[in-house]
Design a protein around this ligand. Structure first.
Ligand code: GLA
Length: 687
């Protein structure tokens, strides 16, 4: 009752005056979990809007995203703004009880802008210049573009920053593509000068005596994204691009915040495993993270998707939004298979289970023309619901029912942290050394057994606060600078269990080789070093405390030096470099331990390793007995733990729920959860 009153009060607050709303501490005013779609009112006659919005309400939608490509409608001529249509579109949405996220339209500049200032156009690495009619045809480094982008973002915020129906802002749309234009090159030189101080320092740290790479001036250093090239240059290119994008996002965020009240969040929508920039840096000036969760081949890999949710939650260490998801299928894969019935709902609930506070479908209805006619939508070209509409409407009804429970809940801090080092990924991808070594696949391999066992994992940057985690995993921490090494050592000495995976501790901050062998600055703590590493083209085997396991792709031979180093597993068989040598070693250190896993294990081996690691670290048992394909997630607030269960299988499974607790909603039939079934289970935290 009190809760219902509070919810009503919160809703009423929305409609208070702007000044009062600005004082409201709650940064979210969209219902949680929110559900909706990208809606492009500018593409449709106004007479149609009410019909669309009524159909959205029928689907229990609570939010729409608008505006993100509408620059030529919002500013048809330089400095002449036309917001009247957007005023009416937002008002229409509000009349239907639908809140609005505004995308700044800067991913699609109008032609008057690029025509007047051709310098703003993006230059590709091969020197070709992007033109009009596609999108993202601008240079992220162009001062002129920044000026125009910031102005339109600011004008929008001036107009809608206190509009009670507008709950948040999305900056640009799927940023990432760099430009190689004159301004970008000039900024690169300045960036290098700021980083290295003198060209001599750069030459020294980059070892430019190699192949006569020595430079006399910073502006001689080529701006290149693709090698082979000096590994330091390759890595610095990524860092530079990250800072330009972070600034690009930062200035738009500042322009919005100058007018928007605190109730409105500011985010951007990032893409899956985007490798163009450092997400942690780009999220510096944003309130929440958001990502676009697509399954291009229509065959969901639930554990990999779960990992990505956890990754995105870690960008800001808080709940996030799924800003785009497919209503069935995409149009940009080589074969655009549709998700099976039930899977769209399943994916929505999975997002919620991992801390997603919203799922927004792309898109409501496809424009009659334009590049994306084949994409999945909720409505057909006739304006009538498509087959997926009912499933999404049902999900919306469930979200509405769950909101009372889930608003204000968060994913509890896990006992296990998985380190995602963007810089290590860049370093390895630049020099894979084996075509089969994929650092993202390795991350997934390390994550999967935890997901399968229903154990929560937080995915964190190498500089995140690790205190309190029982187990910290770094599957390929290739680039390990001194500060991170010291950070990890403190974690271990104060009682943490750190497990490094293959290729860890090889490179310094400049992507140069450490003078000591792997794991570089942590080899003292480990009391062992990697003697050498061996890419494999056929499987090897190990045996030891982790059982017998197959090794694929990569094997490192460990060389214990300190007497208290324990060999956990050795290579067996054959008569080669690996035979009989240690593959996994571990050493107690301070109140914790450090383990180095030199072998890339197959699925069973990784599972065995996981069992060994969790038992040693004293990680709590899963709340529900593991069942293959059954995902168990948790959100909570001070009073209640909410378990979200999803059966990702094509067949029903039997679940054993905790005796304490009650079903909030879902598909439970007796003790069976049907194929693609979902359930929400509440357990009171009071004794
Ligand atoms: C991206 C874009 C959208 C749309 C979808 C189609 O995620 O952000 O504008 O093009 O892809 O899947």
């Amino acid at each position: 009752m009190i809760r219902a009153l509070l919810t009503a009060l919160a809703a009423a607050l929305l409609y208070l005056s702007a000044a009062e709303a600005a004082a409201a501490p709650d940064p979210y005013t969209a219902p949680i979990p929110a559900i909706g779609a990208s809606w492009y009112p500018e593409q449709w006659p106004e007479a149609r809007w009410d019909t669309d919005l009524a159909l959205m309400r029928r689907a229990n939608f609570t939010v729409v995203r608008v505006g993100e490509f509408a620059w030529s409608r919002l500013e048809p001529r330089d400095g002449r703004f036309d917001f009247a249509w957007l005023d009416r579109a937002i008002a229409a949405a509000a009349r239907h009880g639908i809140r609005v996220v505004i995308g700044t339209p800067t991913a699609a500049p109008p032609i008057w802008l690029t025509e007047a200032y051709p310098d703003v156009l993006r230059v590709n690495e091969d020197g070709s210049v992007e033109g009009h009619g596609e999108r993202r045809q601008f240079s992220f480094a162009s001062a002129t573009y920044r000026r125009y982008a910031t102005r339109i973002a600011g004008e929008l915020a001036r107009r809608y920053g206190r509009n009670p129906a507008v709950v948040g802002w999305q900056i640009d749309n799927e940023i990432g593509v760099p430009s190689f234009d004159r301004e970008a090159k000039a900024q690169w030189a300045l960036w290098l000068a700021a980083r290295y101080g003198t060209i001599d320092a750069l030459n020294r740290r980059w070892t430019t005596e190699y192949w006569s790479q020595r430079y006399d001036r910073f502006d001689q250093v080529p701006l290149k994204s693709r090698g082979p090239h000096n590994p330091a240059l390759m890595l610095d290119f990524r860092r530079f691009v990250s800072t330009v994008w972070a600034d690009y996002v930062g200035v738009q965020a500042a322009a919005i915040r100058a007018h928007a009240d605190r109730r409105q969040f500011v985010t951007t929508n990032s893409t899956s495993w985007n490798n163009n920039f450092d997400q942690y840096l780009v999220h510096r000036d944003l309130d929440i993270a958001a990502w676009d969760d697509y399954v291009p081949n229509g065959r969901p890999d639930w554990a990999a998707n779960a990992l990505h949710h956890d990754l995105v939650r870690g960008y800001k260490n808080r709940n996030f939004w799924v800003m785009e998801a497919q209503p069935g299928r995409v149009d940009w894969a080589s074969l655009n298979r549709s998700l099976e019935p039930g899977q769209v709902r399943e994916i929505a609930w999975q997002a919620v289970g991992h801390g997603g506070d919203a799922i927004v479908y792309w898109q409501w209805r496809s424009a009659f023309n334009g590049q994306e006619q084949y994409h999945g939508t909720l409505l057909g070209p006739d304006g009538e619901p498509m087959p997926i509409y009912e499933e999404i409407a049902r999900t919306g009804a469930e979200f509405a029912a769950a909101g009372r429970h889930l608003a204000g809940t968060i994913v509890p801090r896990a006992e296990i942290a998985l380190i995602y080092s963007q810089e290590s990924r860049w370093a390895i991808e630049n020099e894979r050394h084996s075509r089969d070594y994929d650092p993202v696949a390795a991350l997934k391999d390390w994550y999967r057994p935890f997901a399968a066992a229903g154990r929560a994992v937080d995915v964190l940057s190498p500089s995140a606060d690790l205190s309190g985690y029982r187990l910290v995993l770094a599957p390929n921490l290739n680039l390990l600078d001194e500060a991170t090494a010291a950070w990890l050592e403190t974690y271990v000495r104060s009682g943490g269990q750190l497990v490094l995976g293959p290729r860890s501790g090889m490179k310094d901050r400049d992507n140069g080789l450490w003078r000591q062998r792997q794991p570089g600055p942590l080899s003292g703590l480990l009391g062992a070093r990697v003697d050498y590493y061996y890419p494999l083209d056929e499987p090897e085997r190990i045996h030891g405390d982790v059982g017998v396991a197959t090794v694929n792709t990569w094997a490192e031979v460990l060389d214990p030096r300190a007497p208290d180093v324990k060999t956990v597993a050795r290579y067996t068989g054959g008569s080669g470099w690996l035979t009989g040598r240690p593959a996994i070693v571990s050493r107690p250190a301070g109140r914790g331990s450090i383990t180095y896993v030199g072998a890339m294990l197959d699925v069973d081996g990784q599972e065995q390793l996981t069992a060994w690691m969790t038992a040693r670290a004293g990680v709590s048992g899963p709340v529900i007995a593991p069942v293959a394909g059954l995902e168990v997630m948790e959100r909570q607030d001070a009073r209640t733990r909410y378990l979200i269960l999803i059966n990702h299988n094509d067949v029903p499974v039997v679940v054993t729920l905790p005796a304490k607790g009650r079903l909030v909603l879902g598909d439970l039939r007796g003790s069976e959860l049907p194929a693609h079934g979902v359930l929400l289970w509440a357990i009171s935290r009071s004794k």
